[in-house]
Design a protein around this ligand. Structure first.
Ligand code: HEM
Ligand SMILES: *[C@@H]1O[C@H](CO)[C@@H](O)[C@H](O)[C@H]1NC(C)=O
Length: 357
């Protein structure tokens, strides 16, 4: 009897793992989130910084930036989920149909206790917890249901100019250029599913499963390759085979007022984590009043740690950098050994059930 009880007491924390560990520090009003956290981490993301996690992260932005002082829109309200038939038809939301297919069933499963906006930001905050090197972001809960779809034309496009994107980010979210570049750290764990017709999961850097500063390194390299035929709107030549480069990222790295900001993130993991986390939390509050929300940050687990340094991919050196910042030199970095790399595509979340197509 005693033996059984002891065994049980020791076994419980192992079985309930993540939830038990954090239960002590979680405010009572947030405790209902713990089983949802486990469900999303284990069953939606499968504890991987892969396609499902990348999609959930992108979804936060496309939901939240749907707000404008003149045109309206509810911001971080989950309208992209509820009014998916309207918002997924916007050109800038291309590719999010796959994301809604993947996360939708999890939203519906928990919809009786979690509002759409809260779900989008819980999933996005947790997606980061799967990516080594990502910061532990803050999470506020209690958003009311969305009232209407966002108006069209509020989500930046990769072929928009730096001026246009900065103006939109300022109008929609009061984001400074520094905060916009911090938010673009997200493209460290990202790829394109729709920019190059016929190609899916083409990564933006050579390490799409690690939230590291390689995106800032690799976008600054001279472009010499297209993955696929090239010539697509919003795409420019990339420096690393197998990857693709957005025209907007390319221009942010090469234009005032953002070129020196872009370069300052190179090999500056701590700056990237801190500034991304702050800007991401600000984004999560667009259209919301923080005072009406509950701080449930304690339910977000830390991401796996990452201790690596930035590098030049094999065969590339400082000589391949297209220096843009006029006031500071691009840092020198070690070159990874080996022959030139061809970065493989990111496996797609719907690959498993795609065998009928
Ligand atoms: C500000 C201007 C931005 C532009 C022009 C832009 C544009 C794009 C484009 C064109 C794609 C590829 C979509 C596809 O073909 O599937 C993409 C992917 C992605 N973006 Fe952005 N983005 C911006 C900002 C952001 C922000 C602020 C976030 C999040 C905080 C974000 C997160 C992502 C993620 C995670 C992906 C990868 C999705 C996946 O791999 O499935 N982006 N972005
Ligand atoms: C997408 O929109 C349709 C039609 O409004 C709705 O029935 C469906 O539940 C929505 N999907 C999700 C995941 O909410």
């Amino acid at each position: 009897m005693f033996k059984t009880l002891t065994a049980l007491l020791f076994a419980l924390p192992v079985v309930l793992g993540r939830a038990i560990d954090r239960r002590a520090s979680v405010p009572a009003q947030c405790a209902f989130l713990l089983p949802i956290v486990d469900d999303l981490m284990d069953n939606l993301f499968e504890n991987e910084c892969g396609d499902a996690a990348h999609g959930a992260l992108r979804l936060t932005f496309h939901d939240a930036i749907g707000i404008d002082p003149v045109l309206g829109g509810g911001g971080a309200d989950g309208s992209i989920v509820i009014f998916n038939e309207t918002e997924l038809a916007f050109e800038a939301n291309d590719g999010l149909d796959d994301v809604i297919d993947t996360v939708g069933p999890f939203f519906l499963k928990h919809a009786s206790v979690l509002s759409p906006g809260d779900f989008v930001f819980l999933a996005g905050s947790l997606s980061l917890a799967t990516c080594p090197g990502a910061p532990q972001v803050k999470l506020a809960i209690g958003r009311p249901p969305p009232k209407a779809a966002s108006p069209d034309q509020l989500v930046p496009e990769p072929f928009d100019s730096v001026e246009k994107i900065l103006a939109r980010m300022q109008a929609g979210g009061n984001f400074s250029p520094q905060e916009v570049i911090a938010l673009l750290s997200s493209h460290s764990v990202a790829g394109a599913d729709t920019v190059i017709p016929g190609f899916e999961g083409i990564p933006f850097d050579s390490t799409p499963s690690v939230f590291d500063t390689q995106i800032f390194v690799e976008v600054q390299l001279r472009g010499t390759f297209f993955t696929g035929p090239g010539g697509n709107q919003g795409e420019v030549m990339t420096g690393v085979q197998g990857t693709t480069r957005l025209e907007s990222d390319h221009n942010f790295a090469r234009s005032t007022p953002t070129d020196c900001i872009w370069q300052s993130f190179v090999n500056n993991q701590k700056q990237m984590q801190d500034q991304f986390a702050a800007a991401f939390f600000k984004m999560s509050l667009l259209g919301q009043n923080e005072n009406d929300l509950i701080d449930c940050s304690a339910v977000i687990p830390p991401a796996p740690t990452f201790t690596g340094n930035a590098f030049f991919p094999p065969s590339l050196t400082h000589g391949n950098v297209e220096q843009a910042c006029a006031t500071a030199a691009f840092p020198n970095l070690p070159t990874l050994p080996g022959p030139p790399e061809v970065v493989p595509p990111i496996p797609q979340a719907d690959d498993d059930d795609d065998d009928d197509s």
